[in-house]
Ligand binder design. Structure first.
Ligand SMILES: NC(=O)c1ccc[n+]([C@@H]2O[C@H](COP(=O)([O-])OP(=O)(O)OC[C@H]3O[C@@H](n4cnc5c(N)ncnc54)[C@H](OP(=O)(O)O)[C@@H]3O)[C@@H](O)[C@H]2O)c1
Length: 286
């Protein structure tokens, strides 16, 4: 069993509550399996963000209220510093959307072995995926239904945009075998866009089983993978990359007290591209 350390805010003595928390390396959770040491996102005792019973500590059994809660208490292992000068609302969007894309982009070599990256779904996750993939040095193709998000995708850093409709074969004409890596925030048959031995990573959560045609999968030698969020260590790397390359998610802020309006607006498709609830009671700024 190896030991991985990650940076976190920790209370070292009784003055911590007066603003004296220290940012230092702490040991990450230990696993029996060396290969996933430090990869907390694969914890078999996962506590989900919303409505999940907490599994350890004094709060064991209490139900987690996730992003709708005005305070959060948890292990220092999961705390990352918001970089100096970054709007906490941007950080909030990045620790969901940014890490969901950064982790598989890094694992599958975006910008290095995978020079041409496709991001499917220009939404909350995908719009940041375009920026992160570009920041990692990849040439990015954005794929979404229709053309109404084309201008945004190009502004976000994509060099190409493929508008999909009812006939994917026709939509993908001329783009076959053009991508080394595809991050898929929604599900559809995108295998024909992949170069031989490329990878398609599913991050979008859909209720129905994924159906993958076997022949194109075999003849392209492709890999199909999944990816959940990312580790605290990767979140730090992603935030550092965001600062270094100026990755700024497109967020719309709502006062947390206006949650019901925010949900209605989201359901009406008004998100361009991430809504963030701002906790003004605790000093958040709209
Ligand atoms: N793996 C993880 O750790 C993780 C983390 C966070 C979120 N997620 C999941 O990721 C998924 C995406 O989340 P999100 O917040 O980005 O959602 P979102 O904002 O609704 O974005 C989804 C995007 O996909 C597009 N789209 C939908 N159907 C399409 C189709 N058939 N062809 C092409 N484009 C299509 C939508 O475009 P139009 O509506 O404009 O057509 C929209 O831009 C969700 O399932 C979420 O649960 C996973």
């Amino acid at each position: 069993m190896s030991t991985t350390t990650i940076p976190a805010w920790v209370a070292l003595n009784e003055t911590a509550g007066d603003g004296n928390l220290k940012f230092q390396d702490v040991e990450s959770k230990k696993w029996d399996d060396d290969n996933i040491d430090g990869e907390e996102q694969f914890c078999p005792q996962m506590c989900w963000t919303y409505l999940s019973p907490l599994c350890v500590g004094n709060s064991k059994g209490m139900i987690n209220q996730g992003g709708y809660a005005k305070v959060w208490r948890g292990s220092a292992r999961f705390a990352n510093k918001v970089p100096d000068g970054m709007d906490p609302a941007d950080a909030a969007a990045l620790v969901c959307t940014g890490i969901t894309c950064y982790s598989p982009l890094k694992r599958y070599g975006a910008g290095t072995t995978a020079k041409r990256v496709g991001i499917i779904g220009v939404g909350g996750v995908g719009h940041v995926g375009i920026m992160i993939a570009k920041a990692m040095g990849a040439d990015v193709t954005a794929i979404n239904r229709g053309t109404r998000k084309e201008a945004d995708a190009l502004k976000l850093g994509a060099s190409k945009y493929i508008a999909t409709g009812s006939d994917l074969e026709k939509d993908f004409e001329g783009h076959e075998r053009s991508l080394d890596l595809i991050i898929c925030t929604i599900i559809a048959d995108y295998m024909r866009l992949l170069r031989p031995m490329g990878a398609i990573v599913v991050v979008g959560i859909v209720p129905d089983p994924i159906s993958i045609p076997s022949r194109p999968l075999i003849w392209s030698g492709a890999a199909v993978a999944g990816s959940p969020i990312g580790s605290p260590g990767e979140i730090k790397e992603m935030l550092d990359l965001a600062v270094a390359k100026g990755v700024k998610p497109w967020v719309q802020k709502y006062n947390m007290d206006d949650i019901n309006k925010a949900v209605k607006d989201m359901k009406a498709g008004k998100a361009r591209y991430r809504f963030v609830l701002v906790n003004t009671d605790n000093g958040g700024v709209l």
